[in-house]
Design a protein around this ligand. Structure first.
Ligand code: B3K
Ligand code: ZN
Length: 852
């Protein structure tokens, strides 16, 4: 399959200012009549070319008359004599047979669409590219009993009944938009309705549409939607622009949600939440995704992307916006910790592996493969660095200028940086390298102290590692928030933002009389790896004294990490410094329990692995379990008091209540790690008595690692209670796939045969197979059964849903990081995949690049 290259971008030859779509909807068969007003763009004689995939073309006319055309592969070529014409096509599609979940498909009896990136061409013929913006009129006709609700983008303009039990509805969207933002929904749905008054006094009718019986579970999403609307007005000056905003939840969805203009379509896991079925983390994710999709109305829809290489223009920026929003709703420190943890878990490995790419890639085979942690999360970190470098006022002036300049346009990453540069009065020439270079920069920091002169010297050196296609890198501007603390006094002796621009830089800090301890990359001000030689004592000092909560967490993590890496490498490091630092944090009553819970958690096995030249999954597991057991035993009394101090009360979703629940379950985990004989009963009691899913799932997540009889009892009680609820049943699969028990690979294989397992539902697949693939010890069992299992799954899913299958490939692509035996086995599975006949280009791209 061919590569698409960024440098080959050319403006569209034909524009399509107006589109009228007339759908005759049915699950087995849908007819789409499309009327395109096309206009020649520029001085050329090229014919009109339309994209279309898996469409049955029934008829085509140009200006009302039968016309010549050429239909080959996925392209329809229509010669047009003049500069303007009306082209009408009639096509037939089969939504119920659409297992790819791209285009128009059926989910639980609901007809819905997913067009980004290139799904529209599976609905009808069109130049399916984001720089062709059209005004849409959409008419839908369907059986009224089966599809009583008919929704599309924009505003409803008419509806009526027909004689034969059918009905119709028509919607107009006044805002020109690219085809990827088109949406329609037809189904038997009910709405949670509300309204929002914008700051200029317009009323917006809000609706969250779900299946009958689920309305009560949409309250949290609705509150988050209204909070997002108010927040975007306040923080970015952005107001909503239509009279209607609808959200629809469906059970079968390839990713989280989709920002279609005025009609967002969501994976139901990011809409439905109530205390009995959703954890606090689920509640947070619902609010975060609702906000993210809402924010796209400006960063994505009003200003869209010129081509798919600019994807991070809307995604990085919108992730940054949703992160800011969530930080404002609760603990900003905990939110930052979670975001950095996610970046390190997903993006850092990507950036150091065979699929590394810059946030603005240069080429792709299949664009669906580029909805990555790099585009999204590193993209957000790049925007955050602009915010840090410019400061909040200039950053806001920059976004205002960007929205003003490009409203109604399809823009580029360069347009965004230029607006920041112009509004901020700052030269960002070097900063642009963050858009073109892949790889996580490494920064070495060394501090020397001259007590006599009362001066400290900080030397910073950066190095950007080679990545595929980019053997040599230029240095990048790296904003580092740093501080020095006096070891004796605990005073803050210096606090500043350093911009490291070249390969190396020296900073002189005066007024440093006593021995200083270095705090660096505070708030994680840059997405880099810092190597600073700091002793266990210095790290423990920072974990207790730094006034930047993120830096405090980071110091503790580094202390734990150093200990675990040494142990995994066969040394016998002293556990005391970690135990004492955890004890200090746990007994510091000034700290927010939500923060404490995050700070005392050990880094994941996978993250420890990422720091090692050759990952030894078993050694890492043993090292981590040993440290956990020591922490549990040595501090057992403290864990028990934390457990009872944060005893469950009646459920409430508030930051303090969430923090208490989190620390309670973290404490229970350490009590279990201590080997205390009553731990399984304690966990079972929490499981049985919980009035919310956070406590229930928390207890189950602990029991699932044990051999106690309570384990099986809890698993089967959970299954019996929730087997009819797809989203909760996903948790039952996931929790078992994440178990640390040695028999997990066999358990997962058995679960893949379970009656409730299906390859057709992406959530279920991710719950079992996706979770298993990040369970480092289980997935990397030395006999290779995990690799074989995953490859089998990828090949089976690929036949139904290539996009979702391809997301499972990167786990096998980490082979270079493992011992020869494992690496050979992983490579063998990738080779088997690549050699498979009829492979999708999605999986081919990921697997072939992973072998290279
Ligand atoms: N823009 C969509 C993602 C589309 C993914 C297509 N493979 C959701 C989001 O990022 O908000
Ligand atoms: Zn997005």
């Amino acid at each position: 399959p061919p590569f698409v290259r960024r440098e080959e971008y050319r403006p569209p030859e034909w524009l399509v200012p107006e589109i009228a779509l007339d759908f005759d909807l049915g699950a087995e068969r849908t007819q789409v009549r499309a009327t395109l007003t096309v206009a020649r763009n520029g001085d050329h004689a090229a014919p009109l070319k339309l994209d279309g995939e898996a469409l049955k073309l029934i008829s085509l006319t140009v200006d009302g008359a039968e016309a010549d055309y050429n239909h080959e592969a996925d392209e329809l070529t229509v010669p047009i004599a003049g500069d303007r014409a009306v082209v009408e096509t009639l096509v037939e599609i089969a939504p119920a047979a659409n297992t790819q979940l791209m285009g128009l498909y059926e989910s639980g009896g609901i007809l819905c669409t997913q067009c980004e990136a290139e799904g529209f061409r599976r609905i009808t013929f069109l130049p399916d590219r984001p720089d062709v913006l059209s005004r849409y009129r959409v008419k839908m006709t369907a059986d009224k009993a089966r599809y009583p609700v008919l929704l599309a983008n924009g505003d409803p303009v008419g509806a009526g009944d027909l004689a034969d039990g059918r009905h119709w509805a028509e919607w107009h969207d006044p805002f020109p938009k690219p085809s990827y933002l088109f949406a329609l929904v037809a189904g038997d749905l009910v709405a949670n309705r509300d309204s929002f008054a914008t700051r200029s006094g317009k009323t917006v009718d809000l609706g969250i549409w779900v299946r009958d019986g689920d309305v009560e579970r949409t309250r949290h999403a609705m509150a988050a939607l209204k909070a997002s609307m108010a927040w975007d007005e306040k923080v970015y000056g952005r107001e909503y622009d239509l009279a209607v905003f609808n959200i629809v939840a469906v059970a079968d969805f390839n990713f989280g949600a989709m920002e279609n203009k005025g009609l967002n379509i969501f994976n139901s896991r990011y809409i439905l939440a109530d205390p009995d079925t959703a954890t606090d983390a689920d509640y947070d994710a619902v609010a975060g995704v609702v906000a993210h999709e809402y924010f796209h109305n400006w960063s994505g829809n009003r200003v869209t992307c010129r081509d798919w290489f600019q994807l991070s223009l809307k995604e990085g920026f919108t992730v940054f916006r949703d992160q800011q929003f969530s930080a404002d709703q609760g603990s900003a420190a905990v939110k930052r910790i979670e975001d950095v943890r996610a970046l390190r878990a997903a993006q850092f490995p990507e950036d150091s592996g065979p699929l590394a790419h810059p946030i603005r890639p240069e080429s792709y085979i299949e664009i669906s493969n580029f909805y990555t942690a790099t585009i999204y999360n590193k993209g957000a970190e790049v925007i955050r660095m602009l915010h840090t470098i410019l400061g909040p006022e200039k950053f806001r002036a920059g976004t205002d200028l960007y929205f003003d300049r490009h409203d109604g346009e399809a823009a580029t990453c360069e347009d965004f940086v230029k607006a920041m540069e112009d509004a901020g009065g700052t030269d960002l020439a070097l900063f642009r390298r963050w858009y073109s270079q892949a790889g996580t920069p490494r920064v070495r920091a060394s501090l020397t102290h001259d007590a006599g002169a009362g001066r400290a010297h900080l030397t910073l050196a950066q190095q950007v590692p080679p990545t595929p296609g980019q053997p040599v890198k230029q240095p990048m501007p790296i904003p580092l928030k740093i501080a020095l603390f006096g070891e004796r006094s605990g005073d803050k002796l210096a606090d500043r933002l350093v911009l490291l621009e070249g390969d190396e830089q020296e900073i002189v800090l005066d007024g440093v009389g006593e021995r200083p301890v270095l705090s660096i990359n505070r708030d994680f001000s840059a997405p880099v790896v810092v190597e600073a030689e700091r002793s266990a004592a210095d790290l423990a000092f920072l974990s207790a004294n730094d006034d930047n909560p993120f830096a405090r967490y980071e110091a503790m993590q580094q202390l734990m990490l150093d200990t675990l890496i040494a142990a995994a490498a066969g040394q016998t490091p002293d556990h005391r410094p970690v135990i004492e630092a955890v004890e200090q944090t746990l007994t510091n009553t000034d700290l927010d329990p939500a923060f404490v819970a995050e700070a005392v958690l050990l880094p994941s096995e996978a993250f420890v692995g990422d720091q090692m030249l050759v990952v030894d999954p078993e050694a890492i597991h043993r090292a981590r379990e040993a440290l956990r057991a020591d922490l549990g035993t040595e501090l057992e009394g403290l864990w028990r008091s934390a457990y009872s101090a944060h005893a469950a009360n009646r459920f409430e979703y508030s930051p303090p209540a969430k923090g208490a629940r989190r620390l309670r379950t973290v404490s229970l985990g350490y009590i279990a790690a201590s080997g205390a004989s009553d731990a399984p009963q304690m966990a079972k009691r929490q499981f049985d008595n919980a009035d919310n899913m956070t406590d229930r799932q928390g207890a189950l997540g602990i029991l699932v690692n044990s051999d106690a009889p309570e384990r099986a009892a809890a698993l089967s009680a959970f299954y019996d209670r929730y087997r009819a609820d797809g989203l909760v049943l996903d948790k039952w699969f996931a929790v078992q796939a994440l178990s640390t028990r040695p028999d997990t690979p066999d358990a997962v294989a058995a679960l893949a045969e379970h009656v409730d397992f299906t390859l057709a539902n992406p959530n279920r697949l991710r719950a079992l197979v996706g979770s298993f693939s990040v369970n480092q010890r289980a997935f990397h069992r030395a006999n290779g059964q995990g690799y074989r299992f995953l490859a089998d799954m990828i090949l089976s899913v690929d036949k139904l849903n290539p996009q979702t299958a391809a997301k499972l490939v990167p786990a096998l692509g980490r082979w270079r990081r493992f011992d020869e035996d494992r690496a050979e086995k992983m490579k063998g599975e990738l080779q088997r995949i690549v050699a498979t006949l009829g492979l999708s280009k999605d999986v081919f791209e990921q697997a072939s690049k992973s072998l290279a």
